[in-house]
Design a protein around this ligand. Structure first.
Ligand code: HEM
Length: 212
């Protein structure tokens, strides 16, 4: 039963993840393309009932994963399964902070990050945010594609991708994410002043208030 709940909630969240990663990769085509796609996608994933289902699916997916690990023990799975597990642990560790940092401002202050907000984070602390976003995107792609394959085969709907396909697709996803991050950082796109956005102003104000 737990396996089925984990598979079902993983597939639900994967719908959002696929849209979200595709949106992130569109940053390579500039701020206008990224922001326009995001405002269309938001009408779907930030519709209150849908957003609630996406976030609930994520929480249940993490909890069922942890309960299964506790009940079934760690075992000694193959490299592919171990990578899937480590990616899952890493994502579970940081996802709450990511949601709070990028969705919190629009929940509490009606301020949306958009392209300018991500540009600001990369300008503010590239040494942290570049590897963080790159790992976040690549680990989530690997975990999402591999997990969707496992879930669909559990439901008798498809077979998991071969190891080679999964590896090559994950490398492509890492390259697309790195290119998007370079675009957010202004490598070939017009970013304007990253500190001028409402998101940056809010971020700096909150940092100022909580620092001594
Ligand atoms: C790869 C780099 C990523 C960047 C630059 C990024 C950026 C963002 C931004 C800007 C938002 C706010 C969206 C909006 O205002 O409409 C957001 C929301 C969110 N992100 Fe990411 N994200 C990344 C990767 C991920 C990954 C890999 C996951 C999941 C594993 C994820 C999960 C979420 C969730 C759950 C939300 C909140 C959605 C909502 O409730 O509206 N993000 N992200």
């Amino acid at each position: 039963m737990l396996k089925k709940i984990q598979a079902f909630t993983g597939l639900l969240f994967a719908v959002f993840l696929a849209l979200h990663l595709a949106n992130t990769w569109l940053a390579s085509f500039g701020a206008h393309t990224y922001d326009s796609a995001q405002s269309v996608l938001r009408t779907f994933y930030q519709a209150p009932a849908i957003e609630f289902v996406i976030l609930l699916a994520l929480v249940i997916h993490i909890i069922t994963g942890l309960v299964r690990r506790w009940r079934e023990g760690a075992g000694s799975p193959a490299l592919r399964a171990r990578l899937h597990r480590y990616a899952g642990y890493g994502l579970a560790l940081v996802i709450g902070g990511h949601i709070l940092a990028v969705r919190g401002p629009s929940w509490f202050y009606d301020v949306y990050p958009g392209f300018a907000g991500i540009s600001f984070t990369l300008d503010f602390a590239a040494w942290y945010f570049f590897p963080y976003y790159l790992l976040l995107g690549t680990a989530a792609f690997y975990h999402g594609v591999n997990g969707a394959g496992i879930a669909l085969s559990r439901l008798g709907l498809a077979r998991p991708a071969s190891g080679n396909t999964l590896r090559n697709a994950s490398i492509l996803a890492a390259v697309a994410t790195a290119a998007a991050l370079l675009a957010f950082a202004g490598a070939w796109t017009e970013t304007g002043d990253p500190y001028a956005s409402e998101f940056a102003q809010l971020y700096l104000k909150v940092m100022d208030e909580i620092s001594f």
